[in-house]
Design a protein around this ligand. Structure first.
Ligand code: B1M
Length: 207
């Protein structure tokens, strides 16, 4: 049986090959994609995050762990998406201007896809204008904004302002490590989620 603890360890070590192999083995064994994600990949990345915060590992270690997680995600993502029976709604998600963190955003996207949402990934460093333009283009019902830096939190407020001024009626959901419900209320977001799993619940209530 595929060992999810070993998968976490492969992410922690930045061992792409093993991370992909165990993920594939778990998929082949019909393990639930959400379990592979939560107990294997997210668990490993959270550990690296805590050690980075404690200055026990540095940016290169974090980057190789993030790369291993991304490689494994590439094969897991279609399985998460397959779990959705039919699109629940249309969403688009991006990391706000000035912010290059995308691991959490990608998890939110994968979980939304897994829950059956049709999701457009806007990438990172997304300007308020781009959020508004793309929402019009793809007809998103939910626009997700992610920020990981206290310095990029204000870009969320600018994005919401730009979206509202463009007459777009889509609901805006925000999240990211420094974000709180109080901040979401302050800047006029329609929803806030502390993690990717809750993001799915909130997105469903916003439809
Ligand atoms: Co950066 N970084 N980083 N970093 N980094 C943090 C965020 C930091 C807390 C580390 C620290 O100092 N302790 C700190 C921010 C401090 C602050 O602002 N208060 C920090 C810093 C300072 C920086 C740089 C400025 C460092 C430097 O260059 N001096 C720089 C900034 C670059 C930039 O963006 N302009 C930088 C760079 C980097 C790397 C490139 C090395 C790398 C990013 C790789 C990548 O994303 N491709 C990196 C990483 C990996 C981290 C940490 C270690 C981990 C972040 C992560 O991926 N966590 C992070 C420390 C930490 O969090 N402990 C840190 C795992 C991920 C699953 O969690 O993204 O929180 P998270 O997402 C969660 C929830 O927040 C939520 O769901 C996700 C899953 O459950 N969520 C949403 C996220 N978005 C959501 C959206 C939603 C709903 C929920 O709705 C739409």
């Amino acid at each position: 049986m595929a060992d999810l603890k070993a998968l976490s360890e492969a992410v922690i070590k930045g061992d792409q090959k093993t991370a992909v192999e165990i993920t594939q083995a778990a998929i082949d064994e019909q393990m639930a994609p959400a379990e592979i994600l939560e107990e294997g990949l997210i668990c490993g990345m959270n550990y690296i995050g805590a050690r980075f915060k404690a200055n026990e590992v540095y940016i290169p270690e974090v980057l190789i762990a993030a790369r291993a997680m991304k490689m494994a995600m590439e094969i897991l993502e279609p399985k998460l998406a397959e779990a959705g029976v039919k699109p629940l709604g249309k969403a688009m998600v991006g990391t706000v201007k000035g912010d290059l963190h995308d691991i959490g955003k990608n998890l939110v996207i994968m979980m939304l896809k897994g829950a059956g949402f049709d999701v457009t990934d806007l990438g990172v460093d997304v300007s308020p204008e781009t959020f508004a333009e793309k929402a019009k283009e793809c007809g998103a019902q939910i626009i997700g904004l992610s920020a990981l830096l206290t310095t990029t939190m204000p870009a969320m407020e600018s994005a919401i302002k730009g979206i509202r001024e463009s007459g777009i009626t889509a609901k805006v959901m925000i999240g990211g490590a420094p974000i709180t419900q109080a901040y979401a209320d302050k800047i006029g977001a329609d929803g806030y989620a502390p993690d990717a799993a809750t993001a799915v619940d909130i997105a469903k209530t916003l439809l």
